[in-house]
Design a binder for this molecule. Sequence first.
Ligand code: SF4
Length: 340
Amino acid sequence: MDKSLTGKIRSARSPKIPRVAGQSMGWAQELETDGHGNLISALTYFLVGSECRFSCSMCDLWKYTLDAKKTPVGSLTLQIENLHRRIARESPNRNPREWLKLYNASNFFDPANVDPSEHATIAQWCRGFERVIVENHAALLARQNIRDSVLRFRDLLDGELEIAMGLETIDPQGRKWLNKSMSLDQFAKAVEFLGTEAIHVRAFVLLQPLGTPLADSVDWAVRSSQWAAQCGANRICLIPTRTGNGFIQSVAKQVAWQPPTARQLEQAFEKLLQDRLGQSALETSEVIYTVDLWDWDSMLGKCSTCSEPRHERLKQMNYSQCFQSDVASHLCDCRAIQIK
Ligand code: SF4
C-alpha cells in the first residue's frame, strides 16, 4: 500500500453519515444470465459492517460502513434475517431460482469485516438460494487462513459460492493511481485457487479509471476484461468509474480525468461481445461479460430521447450475451459528442 497516496485518498473524504450496527442499507433485485440462456433473479443485500482495510482510490463504499474497527458479531445475520422478512412481505411472488448477493462494502472473508463465527448462521439464512455471491479482495486470498475460511463457508452452503473481486484494470498507468494493494499475479492466483475449488469468480473491471488516458480507456477496459477471462474468471462486470469519493474530484484536473460517457460503455461492451465471436468455444464457453447499469442515469453523453432505448439495449445485451444493433442511433447525435 502506498502510504502517501492512502493518506491523500483518506483525507479527501467527506464526513461519514453515521450507520447503525444491525441496520442494512436495503436491497435490490435484478435479473442476471446464468450463461446457459436462463435469467436468474438476483437479490442484493446491502449490509452494514466495519470498513474495508484497503483504500482503493476510486472506492466510495466506506460511506456505508460503521466507524467500529470490527463488525459486531451477529449484526450481519440480523440484517439478513430482517431483509428476508421484508422481502417476503414486499415481494411475495418470487422466482424459484434465486441468487443472493451479500455485499458488505468490504471483504466477506476478512475476520474484521465478518467474524468467521457468524459464517454458519449466515449460511443457514442462505438456504434455498441456488448461489451466494460475496465480495473479497484478491490479495487476502493469498493467506492460508483466509483460504481455509473460504472453503469452510463454501461447505456450509447448500448452494454454490461465487466470489466477486475487483481487478479494476491491467493498464500500468491506471494501476499507479489505484492504490489497490494487489499485484496482477495475486489476482491470477486467487482466480486459479477459486477455480480449482469449484467456486465461481466474478471480476470487476473499471471503465476509465484515474490515470488511464481517456482516448485509450475503452481499449484498456476491453483488454482488462479479456485478461480476467483468461485468468479463469467466469463473469466479468464492467463498471463505469464514478465520482463521489472526494479523491477522484480532487485530482481529476491534474490527471485530465473525466467520468466515462455512455458511448464509451457501449463501445467497450460491443467490442467484448464481438471479439468473443472470433474466439474458440473452449476459450469462451463459461465467460459472461456484463456492464453495470446502476449509475446509468447519471452518466454523461445521452439525452432524454436516447437514454431509455440505449439502457434497454445494454440490458438486453447483458441478458442475451449477444451484440444487438443500436436501432435508436438516428434519434439524436449524443453518440457523436466528445465530452471535454
Ligand atoms: S477492496 Fe473493495 S471495498 Fe476495499 S477499498 Fe478497495 S474497492 Fe473498496
